[in-house]
Ligand binder design. Sequence first.
Ligand SMILES: NC(=O)c1ccc[n+]([C@@H]2O[C@H](COP(=O)([O-])OP(=O)(O)OC[C@H]3O[C@@H](n4cnc5c(N)ncnc54)[C@H](O)[C@@H]3O)[C@@H](O)[C@H]2O)c1
Length: 364
Amino acid sequence: MKINRLKAKDYSIIIGKNSLTSLASEVKSHCPKCKKIAVIIDKKIPKKFLTTLRKNLKKYKLLFFFVSSSEKIKNLDQTNLLVNKLLELNFNRSDLIIALGGGVVGDMTGFVASIFKRGINFINLPSTLLSQVDSCIGGKTGVNSKYGKNLIGSFYNPKVVISDTELLKSLPRREIICGYAEILKHAIINDKNFFNFLKKNTENIILLENKILSKSILKSCKIKLNFTERDFKEKNLRMKLNFGHTFAHALEIQNKYSNKLNHGEAVLIGMLIAIKISKFNNICSAKTLDEVENLYKKFSLTKNLSKHLKRNEILKSIKFMKNDKKKDDEKISFILLNNIGKTSIPGKFKYKISQVKNLVKKLF
Ligand SMILES: NC(=O)c1ccc[n+]([C@@H]2O[C@H](COP(=O)([O-])OP(=O)(O)OC[C@H]3O[C@@H](n4cnc5c(N)ncnc54)[C@H](O)[C@@H]3O)[C@@H](O)[C@H]2O)c1
């Protein structure tokens, strides 16, 4: 089976079935002085992958830290716990921290790696579709605060990312759709041909058909890299990746980061709202909105989401936008859609909270 290696400026992303077998050689080449490895691992990862890691990394002192992943544990308390544990165990910068989990484990472990002794080696092994197509790329690490999501963090790249598609087999369909939401976002904001490919192949992605899946992960990573490499510190261009996320983050806070609405589902809703606003403002055509809505319907992406798409639900969430990082001055900045494959320029569309409320009242 083909394993793809995608080269970013400072690191590689290795994608494919059984790509985890390359871990030992990657550790050897990127962390030559490493003696100890701490693996921060999601409790839901099937045991056979622990066995793989133990077998491949037997020449190192290997320590596992198990995490019950949820937005609630992605915080400074958990970060502190991990940092203290590593200090107690006398880890050095030349040692290594590995994240084996979804975006929660990856973001938090990356953050720990960035602050531990001002930066220790970090390798990311993303285990959800969302983390393989999105959060493992671009160097954003961080944790949540009571004031909002991902408000504490740093930019820190891993030495390497290994996305083994075998890890995705234990994911529930709901989580796969969450990752798919970010794949779809990348197509909508950047690539009409990829969007057309998704119109035909979405079900195969959700069913984890290996060839289509690997191709979609690779394409999605390339699109995200294209934005993040050109604007690492999110000064301008990279903000296009926030398409749909301003509403998504507000809805997640409104739902208290609970299982009722997970990140990918919030993104699906957020993108639809952003496209509706785009159409209302004549920035995109009715045909563009139809195309996206039809795709949502065809693959039942909105089946469980319709209750969150209600006017009152959305209105209640708007107050949480005021703490969004993407806000400067008094207005909230939105990325809107011109047509499939092209968004508005970051900073072009800014609305006051009262204007956002009015828009939602007109649209829902
Ligand atoms: N850093 C970035 O650029 C970036 C980008 C997008 C999202 N994010 C962050 O990513 C997070 C969401 O990531 P996520 O959707 O992966 O969430 P997650 O890490 O919570 O994983 C989702 C669920 O899947 C389970 N899981 C993980 N791997 C599994 C496996 N192989 N088999 C079975 N179950 C498994 C987890 O325990 C959890 O219940 C959010 O915190 C978001 O802020 C970060």
